[in-house]
Design a protein around this ligand. Structure first.
Ligand code: FAD
Length: 460
């Protein structure tokens, strides 16, 4: 008889957990998964997927306006929020069922309840109070939105967990935060016709992104009618007859139908029972793991946002994949965290890979910057003035392209492909020798010839 009920017990059926469970089962392991909310996790249920659907919805406003420059006459356009929410619900339910079917096909048992750890080889299912034993336990519980619980009136605000299911469209919304989720939702609600204010305690949003992109996006969002307030935070939120009122540090009050907090996320480790087993957590509560995602307790592993390495879906998936291959597939490998492309689905959108100019200058002695700013073809006839920005960072000595940054339509699609070249250590000469694809916006990446000279820097 087997010593344990299962070879692998996975806590959390999100991006990392589902990938690990399926691949371990494909290698012959007996696998069980516990999920307390919905199969698919944050990305599918209340993250990337519904967000991108809302982004698409928000951009039709531009299309309708632009169409008129191309000879179309439109009338009677209107937007129906409950219809969008219902369409989104249908799509995430379809994906949830597809994920469940995949697990089912690979004979992975899924239990729809919360699980906690009892010992290095035992998990407790909280509803049924069953104890399950497993040789290996994988914690893939993701993260949760942060809230400032000491703030008076915090119970009135929403987070990304609630925003996808609001019953009524908020005509006026205030979003607190400066990360990509805050910026994306500011654009979404702006595109859908709401009055949007973005408040951030720092001096510039999107810390860690290239400065030109941060400045360019802030200017474009302001031009699109989003009020951006920096250097402020809320000191109080109160319910009023007309909705909500948020008082800022400077005493000014912002009135809104909804106030959304997007002030970062924390690893979901609370109440899991990890500390008493000796699983080391970092100061933010993330599970400390080695390159093979093994925690300080040898039978307990962790992948995805709960480890707070790089909190993105493709990274969680790859960590789950590497874990399953290494432990159950007899093909050990570790995840390479360099050159991870990423996007901000604001409008206009950001796509970025590799070093920012600032990071490159800190890293290398000789850095060359190439940048171009232009109005995309479609925008000119449409009569809009919004510019696209393309920026390439080159390490001078080797001529290697170490960063590509794009602000504008399809930036994410463009940068996903550029990431292959950056990863393959392509040089600026490789970019230059690549034939342009005309007419396209991406051709700017292979036609930028003139080095940008910073004020005070000698040309050469
Ligand atoms: P998750 O997908 O969060 O899955 C964890 C699962 O564990 C959840 O289903 C949870 O219910 C379950 N769980 C937790 N505790 C327990 C327990 N004790 N017992 C049982 N089940 C439990 N990433 C991108 O790459 N691109 C994007 O555009 C993007 N957009 C995002 C937009 C938003 C609004 C948010 C919030 C996130 C976004 N992300 C995006 C990040 C992405 O969603 C996460 O990086 C990814 O989902 C992490 O996967 P994971 O497997 O670590 O955890």
């Amino acid at each position: 008889m087997a010593k344990y009920d299962y070879d692998l017990f996975v806590i959390g059926a999100g991006s990392g957990g589902v990938r690990a469970a399926r691949l371990a089962a494909m290698s012959g392991a007996r696998v069980m998964v516990a999920e307390e909310h919905r199969v698919g996790g944050t990305c599918v249920i209340r993250g990337c997927v519904p967000k991108k659907l809302f982004v698409y919805a928000s951009r039709f406003a531009d299309d309708f306006a632009d169409a008129q420059g191309f000879g179309w006459s439109l009338s009677g356009e209107s937007f129906d929020w409950p219809k969008l929410v219902a369409a989104k619900d249908r799509e995430i339910t379809r994906l949830e069922l597809a994920y469940s079917a995949t697990l089912d096909r690979h004979k992975v048992e899924v239990f729809a309840e919360r699980a906690t750890l009892v010992s290095p080889h035992e998990v407790r299912l909280e509803n049924s109070a069953r104890i399950i034993t497993a040789k290996t336990i994988l914690v893939a519980t993701g993260g949760r939105p942060n809230l400032d619980y000491a703030l008076p009136g915090i119970e009135h605000v929403i987070t990304s967990n609630e925003v996808f299911d609001l019953k009524e469209f908020p005509r006026r919304i205030v979003i607190a935060g400066g990360g990509y989720i805050a910026v994306e939702f500011a654009s979404i609600f702006n595109g859908l016709g709401a009055e949007v204010t973005l408040i951030y305690r720092g001096d510039k949003f999107l810390r860690g992104f290239d400065e030109d992109l941060r400045d360019g996006l802030a200017a474009a969002m302001t031009a699109r009618g989003i009020r951006i307030i920096t250097g402020q935070k809320f000191t109080k939120i109160a319910k009023t007859a007309a909705g909500l009122a948020g008082t800022m540090s400077n005493g000014e009050t912002l009135e809104a139908d909804q106030i959304m907090f997007a002030i970062g996320r924390s690893p979901n480790t609370q109440g899991l029972g990890l500390e008493k087993l000796g699983v080391q957590l970092d100061p933010e509560g993330a599970i400390v793991v080695d390159n093979y995602s093994q925690s300080t307790v040898p039978s307990i592993y962790a992948v995805g946002d709960v480890t707070n390495r790089v909190n993105l879906t493709p990274v969680a998936i790859r960590e789950g994949h590497a874990f399953a291959d290494s432990l159950f597939g007899k093909k050990p490998w570790i995840v390479d965290y360099t050159t991870i492309p990423t996007a901000v689905f604001s409008t206009p959108e950001i796509g970025t890979v590799g070093f920012t100019e600032h990071e490159a200058r800190a890293q290398y002695k000789d850095v060359h910057v190439y940048k171009g700013s232009f109005r995309p073809m479609k925008v000119i006839i449409a009569g809009r003035s919004e510019k696209m920005l393309v920026k390439i960072i080159v390490e001078g000595e080797s001529d290697r392209v170490v960063g590509v940054h794009v602000l504008g339509p399809d930036a994410a699609e463009i940068v996903q492909m550029a990431a292959i070249a950056v990863r393959m250590r392509a040089t600026k000469a490789d970019f230059d020798q690549t034939m342009a694809l005309h007419p396209s916006a991406a051709e700017e990446l292979v036609t930028l010839r003139e080095k940008w000279v910073a004020p005070g820097e000698a040309a050469g």
